[in-house]
Every structure is written in structure tokens, then in C-alpha cells.
Design a protein around this ligand. Structure first.
Ligand code: UT7
Length: 323
């Protein structure tokens, strides 16, 4: 008996507060026109002072659970992708488990920055394929606003807060056709938060507790790498580009998204884009975009959906799904 996983419910949550480009103009030396032209972003959502990654994760999870129509008691694995955990420990997944009133099932976090959701989905799929889990909650949740230097125009215009979640259920046919994960730590310095826990008092480790990014280098690598992983995914499934119905890319920059779509010869109508209104929500961006496209009825049963992400590490990965 082969076990596969299928996404049976999606959920998303964005904090109420919207930060517009116009407001950013009053904070740093930037313009609405520059941000729109170079990134495609017009606004992003920012968590309230008393709102944390766990709150965002819980709201998105409850919506996914409701959409799937599963009982929380039946969930037998929780995986949360986040770079911005509320506490050093317990993991956000354990805190979320308690909020949802679930007891006993394994729960853990995955840290792969903007590729985090794809990593989490892949790990959950391996649990499903091996028979170790049958109903999984997979979440991408971030409060990136907490690790942004709001005086640095190179980064503060790019990111936002949010959470997205899916429920995976066991099926005799795939759902998730394949996942592909990669990393290369040699590129760590191009996109990082240098200070963490262990090195926070170190004089040797220079750098801030905020996101630092060599934007144009990351941009070039992202375009090249996302094109490559799309080819790898199609080859592994013996599929052609024109058999893809939807592309759900990580939402970092509309120019990166457009370049990826061009390499796949996909018209932009087949690309789900939320970057304009969400900004870059790191691990939350793909499940948030998926949730939007599922709820507005764009994605139909039987269609092929390619998700792909790229982020700090560098990490990159993809998931091909038959909806
Ligand atoms: O999610 C993980 C992956 N992350 C990404 O994929 C992000 C990848 N990088 C990018 O999206 C783009 O590189 C950025 C949007 C960050 C920057 O766009 P760019 O076209 O690569 O611009 P640039 O870094 O080459 O900078 C061009 C100019 C610079 O000025 P000079 O040196 O030419 O005088 C920057 O100082 O734009 C300036 N600049 C700004 N100007 C107005 C940088 N940020 C801003 C800003 N407002 N906010």
C-alpha cells in the first residue's frame, strides 16, 4: 500500500495594520515609484506590538483546519516553517500545538528562511509517504518586521508579516507529486541576520541583529536558481513546461517572478502574485499565495501547480502538486 499526501485545506492570515509605500517615504529616503518599479510592492502588513508569530500561525491554521473539515484531534504531525520564532524554545510548533488543544503528536520547526514552507511541505510529505503521519498541519509564519532595521532602505521596503497554512491528508494517489530541496551555505553572507543566540556577546562575530542583504547578488542567484529548479522538477516528473497550469513562486520581487515565468514560457495570468499587497513574508509567502488562489477558485481539481522558493542560506526548493 502506497501512501501519498494531498492538500485538503488552506488558510492565511495577515495582520490588520497596513504599511504603505507612502508611509515608508516618511521613514527612509525612498519613493513609492522606486519601490513599485524595482520590487512590485505597494504595501505590506505589519504585526501589532502585542501580536506574535504564534498568533499569526494560529489564525492561519484555524482557517486551514476549517477549510479541510478535519478534527484537530486527528492531526498527527505539526511542522512550522519560521525564521522569527517567538521564543528560543519551545518551538513555535509546540506552542501552536498547545493553542490548538492537540496533545502528543510530534511538532517541530523548520528554519530555511524564504524556502521554509517548501522544506516543511517536503518533510511532511516524507512522513506521509513512510506511513508515519496521516493528517498533517504545515505552516509558514513570520514576523519579519521584528528583524528589520527600519532605517535601512535596502531592506525595510521589502518585507511584511503573515502566515499561511495547509492541511495534508493521506490519499492513495499523489497530491504532492515530488519535492526537491537544496542548500549552499557558502552564500550565507549575502543574505543573513549575523547576530543570533550563541554569538550575541561575541566581539569576533561582527554585524547586526537585523536582515542584511546584498540585493542585486541575491537577485541574480535567485533568477538563475529558480529557473534550474523548475527544470529539475519537470524532468523528475517527465513533464513539459506547457503541462503546468499554475506557478506559485516565493513572493520576493515581481521582476524575479516575471523572469522565472519567462523561463517557463508561462503567461503571467498563470502566475499567482501577491507580492504587491503582501510584500515578502518569507516562509509565509507561498502558502499565503496558495490560499488566495484556492479561495478565489483559480486552482481547479486535476491541475498541476509548481511551487518554488529561494532564500537565505542559500536554500532553494520546489514542490509539484496535482490539485
Ligand atoms: O526572499 C529572499 C530572496 N530575496 C530576494 O530575492 C531579494 C532580491 N533582490 C531584490 O529584490 C533587489 O535586488 C532589490 C529590490 C533589493 C534592489 O533592487 P536592484 O534593482 O537590485 O537595486 P540595487 O540594489 O542595484 O540598487 C540600485 C540603487 C542603489 O543606488 P545607487 O548605488 O545606484 O546610487 C540603491 O542605493 O537603488 C538604491 N536603493 C533605493 N533607492 C530608493 C536601494 N533601495 C532603495 C530604496 N529606495 N528603498
Amino acid at each position: 500500500m502506497a501512501y501519498f499526501s494531498r492538500i485538503t485545506g488552506t488558510g492565511g492570515y495577515l495582520p490588520e495594520r497596513v504599511l504603505s509605500n507612502a508611509e515608508l517615504e516618511t521613514m527612509v529616503n525612498t519613493t513609492d515609484a522606486w519601490i513599485r518599479e524595482r520590487t512590485g510592492i505597494s504595501q505590506r502588513h505589519i504585526a501589532a506590538d502585542d501580536e506574535f508569530t504564534l498568533d499569526l500561525a494560529e489564525a492561519a491554521s484555524r482557517r486551514a483546519i476549517e477549510a479541510a473539515g478535519v478534527r484537530t484531534d486527528d492531526i498527527d504531525l505539526i511542522v512550522v516553517a519560521t525564521t522569527t520564532a517567538d521564543q528560543v524554545f519551545p518551538s513555535t510548533a509546540c506552542l501552536l500545538q498547545s493553542r490548538l488543544g492537540i496533545h502528543g503528536c510530534p511538532a517541530f520547526d523548520i528554519q530555511a528562511v524564504c524556502t521554509g514552507f517548501v522544506y516543511a511541505l517536503s518533510v511532511a510529505d516524507q512522513f506521509m509517504r513512510s506511513g508515519m503521519a496521516s493528517k498533517v498541519l504545515v505552516v509558514g509564519a513570520e514576523t519579519f518586521s521584528r528583524i528589520i532595521d527600519w532605517t535601512d532602505r535596502n531592506t525595510c521596503v521589502l518585507f511584511g508579516d503573515g502566515a499561511g497554512a495547509v492541511i495534508l491528508e493521506r490519499d492513495s494517489e499523489p497530491g504532492i507529486l515530488s519535492t526537491h530541496l537544496h542548500a549552499d551555505g557558502d552564500y550565507a553572507s549575502l543574505l543573513q541576520v549575523p547576530k543570533g543566540v550563541s554569538n550575541q556577546l561575541s566581539a569576533v562575530q561582527q554585524g547586526s541583529a537585523f536582515v542584511e542583504m546584498a540585493g542585486s547578488e541575491v537577485f541574480r542567484m535567485a533568477v538563475k536558481t529558480l529557473g534550474r529548479i523548475a527544470d529539475e522538477t519537470l524532468a523528475a516528473n517527465d513533464m513539459r513546461k506547457d503541462q503546468l497550469d499554475w506557478l506559485i513562486p516565493h513572493q520576493a520581487n515581481h521582476r524575479i517572478i516575471a523572469a522565472t515565468a519567462k523561463k517557463l514560457s508561462m503567461p503571467m495570468e498563470k502566475v499567482v502574485q501577491t507580492v504587491a499587497t503582501h510584500g515578502n513574508t518569507s516562509a509565509a509567502s507561498i502558502p499565503l499565495a496558495l490560499d488566495v488562489a484556492v479561495r478565489d477558485g483559480r486552482i481547479k481539481q486535476g491541475e498541476h501547480v509548481l511551487m518554488e522558493g529561494f532564500g537565505g542560506g542559500f536554500t532553494w526548493g520546489s514542490a509539484l502538486i496535482k490539485w
